[in-house]
Write a protein that binds this ligand. Sequence first.
Ligand code: SAM
Length: 226
Amino acid sequence: MNFEEKRKNLVESLKSREILTKPNVIKAMLVVPRHKFVPKEAQSSAYMDSPLSIGLGQTISAPHMNAMMCEYLELKEGDKVLEIGTGSGYHAALCAELVAPENSKTPGHIYTIERHEGLVENAKRSLKETGYDQRVTVIHGDGTLGFPKEAPYDKILVTAASPTKIPLPLRDQLIDGGILCIPAGSKSYSQTLYIIKKHGTHFDTTKITGVRFVPLIGKYGFESSE
Ligand code: SAM
């Protein structure tokens, strides 16, 4: 079976589990080649529904988690999105496919921050190879500070586990009416995924499900133990 067939099968299985429901997210999952964002030795497992190692102790999340987060964020053409935790760059590419599909007249943009320089370089290479580099800006730094230069954002996606539900800088960098998707809880893999909608000074918080993410390390995250 080739990569495209495996990708189709994965999408069908996520649809049958009712994880994938929105037509634009289904299309994005069918288009973005996940195997181009993982190390060569892991490519044969790229379309299994599981996280994979991408080096430096970090992982690319399982496809069902990418799909869920994209659906809950209600991503649409034209959105300006901030992602904290670029990792492989795959989730950023998926978001780019949703907010800035090819030939869009009102393309949005993805700003994504990663603290490991080695992963920044790999993600930039994969995004260029797959044609997403013009729609995604990869930044090396501490994502818990957000990226004030381009704020406010329509949507903010955090792909590492935070000690708090709304790290202070992210609260301020989310547009009124915007959505934050964030896993929060303990450093050791016992966390909850939250969807938080901003209405003026009020934040509507919905618990989605229990999750396991690597920790968010930084000024408004956990302390590094490296
Ligand atoms: N979204 C990624 C993908 O598509 O491959 C997966 C992200 S991985 C589960 C979490 C990432 O968050 C790791 O690469 C980790 O280095 C990064 N990270 C942790 N704390 C961070 C911080 N304060 N700023 C930026 N990146 C951070």
